[in-house]
Design a protein around this ligand. Structure first.
Ligand SMILES: C[S@@+](CC[C@H](N)C(=O)[O-])C[C@H]1O[C@@H](n2cnc3c(N)ncnc32)[C@H](O)[C@@H]1O
Length: 194
């Protein structure tokens, strides 16, 4: 089952996949409903992230798995920041102010999985890279196109700086780290057989 509060972008043609509108904060599933419960790029945006993680653990059947993938901020070295680094930082600040996003929350994730009663915790980090005209460049260019006006209204950047950043991202002219994805998974302990 694939769920979201907005399901229009979820695929309808995947065999064995049903799609359902579901709010992970307001709604529930019965305990032990699934063998695998997975969330990507979701919990960092929800102020209720710890409670939702607890629910995900409850929804997992004994012997099943919880997997959480969360996008984390990459902080530039101290000293002068260029337009790319300042715009990325502006995006983090706006999402924190408007949605309560916490791009550093991933550091607490392994501990929270353990506190939720899960075991065999594993982690893997995938850093994004701009400068190869790949997915990270396109994602950041499109994101800045969409939320650029809001960043300017919030006085987190200027139109000139946005243009400078977009120029850096175009054509693979500028190389730097982009967002980092932390994947963490854990096992719901199997119930003891009699
Ligand atoms: C950054 S997008 C990630 C989308 C997708 N999971 C992915 O990895 O490509 C965050 C998603 O969380 C969904 N979302 C926000 N609040 C939610 C909630 N309370 N319950 C379920 N989904 C929610 C949004 O509709 C949006 O699709």
């Amino acid at each position: 089952m694939g769920t979201d509060i907005g399901t229009t972008l979820l695929p309808r043609d995947v065999p064995n996949l049903s799609v359902r509108r579901h709010d992970v904060v307001q709604e529930d599933f019965p305990a032990a409903s699934f063998d695998l419960v997975h969330a990507r790029a979701l919990l960092e945006h929800l102020p209720e992230r710890a409670e939702v993680l607890g629910k995900m653990a409850r929804w997992t059947a004994p012997g099943g798995w919880v997997c959480v993938e969360t996008v984390m901020a990459v902080h530039p070295p101290s000293g002068t920041r260029n337009a790319y680094q300042r715009c990325l930082n502006a995006v983090f600040t706006l999402s924190e102010n408007v949605m309560g996003t916490d791009q550093r929350w991933g550091t607490a994730l392994p501990g929270l999985l353990s506190q939720a009663g899960l075991t065999d915790i594993g982690v893997h980090c995938t850093p994004g890279l701009v400068g190869r005209n790949g997915n990270a460049d396109a994602f950041l260019r499109l994101s800045l196109e969409q939320i650029g006006p809001a960043l300017v209204r919030a006085r987190l950047t200027t139109p000139e700086e946005l243009t400078e950043c977009t120029d850096l991202l175009e054509g693979g002219k500028y190389t730097d780290l982009a967002l980092m994805t932390l994947s963490a998974w854990a096992d719901a302990p199997a119930t003891d057989s009699p």
